[in-house]
Design a binder for this molecule. Structure first.
Ligand code: AP5
Ligand code: MG
Length: 214
């Protein structure tokens, strides 16, 4: 089962990907999380990626594609995987298709989590992420049991560097320019399924599970 999660920044890709990948026993692969782990460990890739991420820009395709194609060759991916935040440009989608075609695979479900721009800024302003395990919460819509402390690992919660309102606006602009065209790309392949991402978290999960059971 090869699933990709499409949607604007803050649409809920990460939130849904965690649950869906657990439900189906497949890895959740987030290029944003991979970059954030590299930034935390101060790797060369992390330093390069940070310069783009902090401005709300996409990391160049050449820094993303090989990394992702290597990741999906790993043993835990044999039953499938859920990609969160990749592909994000048409060249990335074409590179993924080439890698999959070589093995007789294809993207089966491109799930577009549809959330209008006006919801996004509120969502990002309230997002909190665990510094230790990366779990994501929202102060209003998905709060932790104890304020500021991760429910899963007791790590501290922070506001992501790229969640400042002006960076969010830039990320949205880049999304519309470079990522939204993927909706037509996957529709043309017959793999596109759109869910209403403005509903509450459990409702969105139910909509996605309904798609996956088709
Ligand atoms: P990435 O980490 O992928 O960021 P993004 O796409 O901007 O998406 P987010 O993680 O911000 O949002 P999300 O959709 O996961 O929402 P979440 O579930 O957290 O990428 C970061 C950066 O890395 C990019 O800007 C780029 O620079 C670089 N990058 C990554 N991949 C790349 C690639 N392939 N190519 C080039 N560059 C790349 O939810 C948001 C908030 O809302 C949370 O607080 C959550 O609790 C809450 N929430 C979620 N669902 C709901 C709901 N239904 N109702 C109410 N609240 C909800
Ligand atoms: Mg995310």
């Amino acid at each position: 089962m090869i699933i990709i999660a499409l949607g604007a920044p803050g649409a809920g890709k990460g939130t849904q990907a965690k649950v869906i990948s657990e439900n189906h026993g497949i890895p959740h692969i987030s290029t944003g999380d991979i970059f954030r782990a590299n930034i935390k460990n101060q790797t060369e890739l992390g330093m390069k990626a940070k310069a783009y991420m902090d401005q709300g820009l996409l990391v160049p395709d050449e820094l993303v594609v090989d990394l992702l194609v290597d990741r999906i060759k790993q043993a835990d991916c044999v039953k499938g995987y859920l990609l969160d935040g990749f592909p994000r440009t048409i060249p990335q989608a074409e590179a993924l298709d080439r890698a999959l075609n070589n093995r007789g695979d294809k993207v089966e479900y491109a799930i577009n989590i549809d959330v209008p721009d006006e919801f996004i800024v509120t969502r990002m302003g309230g997002r909190r992420a665990c510094v230790t395990c990366g779990a994501t919460y929202h102060v209003e819509f998905s709060p932790t049991k104890v304020e500021g402390i991760c429910d899963k690992c007791q790590g501290s919660l922070i506001v992501r560097d790229d969640d400042k309102p002006e960076t969010v606006m830039k990320r949205l602009e880049i999304y519309h320019e470079q990522t939204q065209p993927l909706i037509d790309y996957y529709a043309a392949q017959g793999a596109l399924y759109t869910v209403d991402g403005t509903k509450d978290i459990a409702d969105v999960t139910a909509q996605i599970e309904a798609v996956l059971s088709k």
